[in-house]
Design a protein around this ligand. Structure first.
Ligand code: BES
Ligand code: MN
Ligand code: ZN
Length: 514
């Protein structure tokens, strides 16, 4: 039998909790012998048969919670709520209904509850909510609610559901999440939301625009490429300069002719993570009707080897006229982004451009799963992103965007080469993209006309409980335990949907500023 659960975070020093029908957290907590009231964040105590619930979980907020503030306090609440849910999730046939005491921090509690109860599966029995056919009967859904509902709780639900959508788009295998399917899903998700316009462009349109580096990536596949463009106009003036999002949308990255090793290649179903996260972020922003104008573009295609595929050494003229040598067809992300960045920065004159991409394995080497790497010319943009990331514990680390890396990518027989060798692979990739952002160069001592940040999410796209895979000689070693930093109590392993919450928070703060 599936159960109804009540999850109550408790400050051990002041175990008030929020009383619910038939549940008095204070007396339940005080009924515990002192030895069973450990102060560690996330320790849960379960009480069965409380009148209105099958189970009540009291979960500790840890020692010293009362003195914690700001970002630290929020993360404790997320962890506690996540742990509480974990402790009741597996009971019987699972939870069918979870009621959360969100009084300590409604936004953080809503986020943690909705992320913790997400569980991607395409098993057919019981029917899966993720079945794209939609024909397998009524899937089991967990009802999540709170008895301390506020506007902050509602906003947290929007944030988490958007992140969960990004997780789903990334988890879905490449045969189900083609460029066409991605666009259809976006149209469904946005339908009925005011101030939104969605345009799905095809290859003929891209060819007419001269998006030759984008199209060079899709040549090896029969699956039609798409260029998705979403406009959201929430600002008081529809003509106000927009913010632009660009998302890498490789629905499967085999590497192309420079074929990847088969090990872990299936992760590359998530190589549209940039597209998934910017579209999902924009969905939340539009649902919240934040007062801002945004245009989001995502070049979507597969990167496969085939008789027409681009070959190493081929030279392509990008939309901005620059010649690009494709030294390695597996460095395809920067090729599709080059034309998308140039298009968005020339066509819509945005004040700020943010691209998100699962761009380089090297960023995972540098930052692991903990931080998304940010490359930007703008200190103020960095500050704003950093504050938003800390606030949602969806954190960023600034990386160098430095012309001194230039020789690594400027020295082939074309203007640019799409690889820059092993050293600083994420930094040379970022520098490559910069060449396509119109307005990024300061002219005649003036400020650049656009602020730009590139977010490399290849390290943060997935939470894995790692095994150590490589020894110092890069030979494969198996089954060596590795200390696991993520997943967190509120987010299980799998595609993370990061940095959706950080982006939505960034935009919320930016739009409140006017
Ligand atoms: N999509 C990959 C990057 C990636 C790697 C994402 C691992 C997530 C996990 C990207 O297209 C790629 O293949 N990059 C190459 C670039 C290299 C050929 C210059 C890489 O990182 O090896
Ligand atoms: Mn690649
Ligand atoms: Zn890729």
């Amino acid at each position: 039998m599936s159960s109804k659960a009540y999850v109550v975070p408790i400050d051990p020093k002041n175990p008030a909790g929020n009383a619910a029908p038939g549940v008095n957290p204070t007396s339940l907590w005080s009924s515990l012998p002192p030895a069973q009231k450990p102060a560690k964040v996330g320790t849960s105590h379960l009480f069965y048969g409380t009148p209105a619930f099958d189970v009540t979980a009291l979960v500790s907020l840890g020692e010293g919670f009362d003195s914690k503030t700001g970002d630290v306090r929020r993360e404790i609440v997320r962890k506690a709520v996540g742990s509480g849910i974990k402790s009741v999730k597996g009971l019987g046939d699972g939870v069918s209904e979870a009621v959360i005491d969100a009084s300590t921090d409604p936004h953080a509690a809503a986020v943690a509850a909705h992320l913790a109860l997400y569980n991607f599966s395409l098993k057919t029995s019981p029917p899966s909510a993720f079945d794209v056919r939609g024909t397998t009967g009524v899937p089991k859904k967990v009802e999540i609610s709170t008895n301390t509902k506020t506007a902050d709780w509602d906003r947290g639900v929007v944030y988490a559901n958007a992140q969960n959508l990004a997780r789903t788009l990334m988890e879905l295998p490449a045969n189900m999440m083609t460029p066409t399917a991605f666009c259809e899903r976006a149209q469904t998700e946005f339908s009925g939301i005011p101030n939104v316009e969605i345009i799905v462009r095809d290859e003929a349109w891209a060819a007419e625009k001269g998006m030759r580096t984008f199209l060079s990536v899709t040549q090896g596949t029969d699956q039609p490429a798409k260029f998705l463009e979403i406009h959201y106009k929430g600002a008081p003036s529809k003509d106000a300069q927009p913010l632009a999002f660009v998302g890498k949308g490789i629905t499967f990255d085999s590497g192309g002719i420079s074929l990847k090793a088969s090990e872990d290649m299936k992760l590359m179903r998530g190589d549209m993570g940039g597209a998934a996260t910017v579209v999902s972020s924009l969905l939340a922003i539009a649902q919240l009707q934040l007062p801002i104008n945004i245009v989001a573009v995502t070049p979507l295609c597969e990167n496969l080897p085939g008789p027409k595929a681009t070959k190493p050494g081929d030279v392509i003229y990008a939309m901005n006229g620059k010649s690009v040598e494709v030294d390695n067809t597996d460095a395809e992300g920067r090729l599709v982004l080059a034309d998308a960045l140039y298009y968005v920065s020339t066509e819509f004159k945005p004040h700020t451009v943010i691209d998100v991409a699962t761009l380089t394995g090297a960023i995972e080497v540098a930052l692991g799963e903990i931080y998304t790497g940010v490359f930007t010319t703008s200190d103020t943009l960095w500050d704003r992103l950093s504050v938003a990331g800390e606030s949602e514990y969806d954190r960023f680390w600034r990386m160098p965007l430095d012309e001194d890396y230039g020789p690594q990518i400027y020295s082939s027989n074309a203007d640019l080469c799409n690889t820059g060798g092993k050293p600083a692979g994420s930094c040379t990739a970022a520098l490559f993209l910069k060449a396509f952002v119109n307005g990024i160069e300061a002219k005649d001592g003036q400020e650049p006309s656009v602020r730009w940040a590139h977010l490399d999410i290849a390290g943060t796209m997935e939470d894995v409980c790692h095994e150590q895979k490589y020894d110092l000689n890069n030979d494969v070693v198996r089954n060596t335990p590795f200390i696991c930093t993520r997943p967190t109590p509120y987010q299980e392993k799998g595609m993370t949907g990061r940095p959706v919450r950080a982006l939505v928070e960034f935009v919320r703060r930016l739009s409140n500023q006017g």
